[in-house]
Design a protein around this ligand. Structure first.
Ligand code: SF4
Length: 380
């Protein structure tokens, strides 16, 4: 097992994490030229010296560092020579700070990095939204060292097997994300990906303090808790299904988490077991960031219930994931299938009540609040 862990730049994390099979850390400065995979205001603000120290400590523990440049777009900045001159200087500086590689989401940056710094490892981010074998083939031909699959691929075992076979033949790594809580087949994802890129660039509007697309998926969970089961997280107990098809590289999404939270997730996945609320090792911004942001505006009382959800990891039927080996979720509507609904009834309780007793009126996302997620007087 090789864990790839999002860092919060706390050196204590490295000290503790090095006791587990953590082979890579990933992260970046808060606001960057290209943008990356987390809006700037949810990740720590580090300067070059802090980055250098953190990377050096990681190296002393045999852990590599990947710098995130995984925005799905560059805001049109790439039409200027200034962008490319900056990017060249940025990469030079980062190599001198000790990075081992980068995580990108476009062929444009993959090819550029490989031309300028062939010594750097390049991982293709889940933000590239790879969802078929031809995309994997393309990225391999363009020089990728690792492909991180779209979370929505996590229960497509036929696709995963073919991707692993192809990648292995070409000496390329395949990585899956274990603990992201994006909706299965999320309609908001493309928009949120682009928003994340916009809000992690130096050019982002100042003063934004909440990424509103999280209101949409939180609303869908609030309106149908079975969405929590449809999400493509991977339970520690189910890692063996991936290892059996040749995947041993597992990403833990944790750049915006506290050290004890990250260590809890690392321990659970390293030991392939977790007793408790699965949401304590899964990112779940729907039940954290969203209720918090709405409360800050004195709104969203209906979302507070999301903070009282318990997904009892011990109650999953041992072979529950095997259903996905034969069920094609790409062609079968959830409204007809209802498998995840059945599992949800077994494992989810809300405010101490079994799901079958939770009857809540449907709500819609309060989009009229969007202009209030930027601090007053912030220039934009
Ligand atoms: S199709 Fe069935 S198994 Fe697949 S996500 Fe929907 S409810 Fe779950």
């Amino acid at each position: 097992m090789r864990l790839v862990v999002g860092t919060n730049f706390d050196d204590k994390l490295i000290e503790e994490a090095s006791r587990y099979p953590v082979k890579y850390l990933y992260g970046s400065h808060r606001a960057t030229l290209t943008g990356h995979g987390r809006v700037s205001f949810v990740v720590p603000d580090v300067n070059d010296e802090r980055l250098r120290e953190h990377i050096s400590l990681a190296h002393s523990k045999g852990i590599k560092f990947l710098y995130t440049m995984n925005s799905p777009s560059y805001g049109g900045l790439e039409y200027s020579d200034a962008f490319w001159n900056r990017l060249k200087a940025e990469l030079e500086k980062l190599v001198n700070l000790g990075i081992d590689g980068v995580i990108v989401a476009t062929p444009l940056l993959l090819e550029y990095v490989k031309k300028e710094h062939p010594e750097l490892e390049v991982s293709i981010s889940s933000f590239a939204r790879i969802s078929n074998i031809r995309e994997v083939e393309n990225y391999i031909e363009l020089g990728a060292d690792t492909v991180i699959l779209h979370e929505d691929d996590n229960r497509k075992f036929d696709l995963l097997s073919s991707v692993v076979k192809l990648a292995k033949k070409r000496g390329v790594d395949v990585e899956v994300i274990t603990n992201n809580s994006c909706l299965w087949g999320c309609a908001y994802r493309r928009h949120h990906d682009v928003e994340t890129g916009e809000l992690s660039r130096e050019t982002a509007p100042k003063g934004v303090w909440f990424e509103y697309p999280l209101m949409f998926c939180a609303t869908d969970v609030r309106n149908d808790f079975a969405n929590l089961i449809r999400m493509r997280w991977i339970r520690p107990e189910d890692l063996h299904y991936y290892e059996e098809i040749g995947i041993d590289r597992f990403k833990i999404a944790s750049r915006n988490k506290r050290t004890e939270w990250i260590l809890r997730a690392i321990k659970a996945y390293s030991e392939r077991k977790y007793e408790g609320n699965l949401l304590d090792i899964v990112s779940y911004p729907q039940g954290r960031a969203t209720p918090y942001a709405l409360t800050k505006l004195g709104a969203g009382q209906e979302y507070q219930v999301l903070t009282k959800v318990y997904v009892d990891n011990a109650k999953f039927p041992s072979k529950w994931l095997e259903f996905f080996k034969t069920n094609d979720c790409d062609t079968r509507p959830c409204s007809e299938c209802k498998y995840c609904d059945v599992v949800a009834e077994k494992v989810i309780s809300v405010d101490g009540k079994p799901l079958s007793e939770v009857k809540l009126p449907k709500i819609r996302a309060p989009v009229e609040l969007i202009p209030r997620f930027i601090s007053d007087g912030a220039a934009h």
